[in-house]
Design a protein around this ligand. Structure first.
Ligand SMILES: *Cc1c(COP(=O)(O)O)cnc(C)c1O
Length: 458
């Protein structure tokens, strides 16, 4: 459920009319609904409550500080995938102990910062990464907890770019390797290897894929607990995220459907002390946001009709990257054109089939292809729905387009939670060009130094 609806032909986010908002902050801009974010989080929390999970919101889906704060205040921990996200997380005031740190390519300075902050769990993806974490932990004297990301070799049948749980992806280690991994590192004195992490993909609408991968993983958990001479009891099972969002109305399963299938597999183990972590991203944020964009021009070419907007692949990459579907509709429509559903083929009279494209100099710059739309003209405002997740966080400055504004709505109140970038922002980091003093890296000691210099943190 979300709080974007048409009232007298005008799109509203909660009680705020989209055209008024666009007039105030300009376009393109991302608009998030507080009530929707809270509703989605609460539904997920309620559905899984019998497992008493730690819900670590996947920050990479929507990392705006105000949105993060809202979810953290609601009780969420965070799933982090970089030092930058850790920095944001701390700025949002989360308890670092309620955060997990994932990612196949953690850098030394990111690991050090996460140790320093006291992040709850490191999700480890390879032997080499574990050795590095252990070495850095030994130097700092902290003893982190780690979960091994396993790859259960289950096909979630989502887009090939969002499949992560098959053997042929770069993520995790396969189940056979996992046993050897615990034999080798289970007794590590610097790092406590006590958990298993799973994340099989994104927009996983086949609940059966979760069931299969959890079953396979529980068999591993039992093997590890019975291993001789040294048993490896597992304290934490992180199920990852990937729960589907309803990009087209009533398609994806609801949190309760996932919980009904997953809960019974784990109830007894939770009662026996196993801690569960969930890492939902898009299920919470996708339908809590829309992108507002202005029509710049319309034109025809061959048999095609184009609607050219001020948002494009630089604002919303998902259509270009994954051929993702996002429902798009004018913010102000005649009575007969109020959409009843958000599917690709609304059943209404008088629609035109168009491509909705952006201003970027790429043929792959589109928001929607062959889409029936009420007739629009220059100056009209469009909403691209379901863009709260992986919208702003994937936006770029390609073609030197400043990043858009972000707005958070609560009832009749609108708050600018990220200002639109200026042209000055585009060149700010290029102003101070300066000669570089090159270090001598010819000696082997310098070349194989223990840490790779990273991003300076204030
Ligand atoms: C991206 C990601 C998530 C969130 O995925 P959603 O599809 O947004 O739920 C969770 N865990 C990990 C490890 C991820 O990489």
């Amino acid at each position: 459920m979300d709080h974007f609806h048409y009232h007298q032909g005008v799109l509203h986010c909660e009680e705020v009319a989209a055209p008024r908002l666009a007039a105030a902050v300009g376009t393109p801009c991302y608009v998030y609904s507080r009530a929707t974010l809270v509703d989605h989080y609460d539904r997920l929390a309620a559905a899984f409550a019998p497992l008493d999970p730690l819900i670590c919101f996947a920050l990479k889906s929507c990392s705006n500080l105000s949105v993060t704060r809202l979810l953290v205040e609601r009780g969420a921990g965070l799933d982090l995938v970089s030092g930058g996200e850790l920095y944001r997380a701390l700025a949002a005031g989360v308890d670092p102990g309620r955060c997990v740190f994932a990612g196949v390519g953690k850098q030394d300075d990111e690991i050090a910062a996460a140790l320093e902050a006291g992040v709850g769990w490191f999700n480890i993806e390879s032997e080499a990464e574990y050795e590095n974490l252990s070495a850095i932990a030994a130097r700092t004297g902290r003893r982190p907890r780690a979960a091994l990301r396993v790859n259960p070799d289950v096909d979630p049948r989502t887009h090939r770019y969002t499949t992560t749980g098959r053997r042929e992806t770069k993520f995790g280690v396969d189940l056979e390797r996992a046993r050897a991994f615990f034999r080798r590192f289970g007794g590590d004195p610097h790092c406590r290897l006590r958990g298993i992490h799973l994340h099989i993909g994104s927009q996983v609408e086949r609940i059966e894929a979760y069931v299969q991968s959890i079953r396979k993983t529980l068999a591993l958990v039992d093997d590890l607990a019975a291993m001789s001479p040294t048993p490896h009891p597992i304290e934490l099972l992180d199920l990852g995220g990937g729960f589907g969002a309803d990009y087209e109305t009533a398609q994806a399963p609801r949190p309760a459907d996932y919980a009904a299938a997953i809960g019974p597999l784990l109830a007894e183990r939770v009662a026996a002390g196993l801690k569960i972590v969930l890492e939902p991203g898009r299920m919470i944020t996708a339908n809590a946001g829309v992108l507002l964009t202005r029509v710049l021009y319309t034109k025809s070419s061959g048999t095609k009709r184009f609607v050219i907007c001020d948002a494009g692949m630089h604002t919303l990459l998902r259509p270009s990257l994954y051929e993702a579907f996002h429902f798009a509709w004018p913010c102000r429509v005649a009575a007969g054109h109020v959409p009843r559903t958000r599917t690709a083929t609304p059943d209404l009279p008088g629609l035109e089939v168009v491509d909705i494209v952006g201003p970027i100099c790429e043929s792959g710059d589109f928001l929607a292809v062959d889409r029936p739309l009420p007739p629009v003209q220059r100056g009209d405002l469009l909403a691209i729905f379901g863009t709260g997740a992986y919208g702003m966080t994937m936006a770029s400055r390609y073609n030197s387009q400043p990043l858009p504004a972000e707005v958070l709505i609560a009832g009749a109140e609108a708050t600018l939670v990220r200002t639109r970038e200026t042209y000055d922002d585009l060149i700010a980091h290029e102003r101070a060009s300066q000669p570089i003093a090159l270090p001598d890296t010819s000696s082997s000691a310098a070349a194989s130094g223990p840490t790779v210099p990273g991003i300076p943190t204030p």
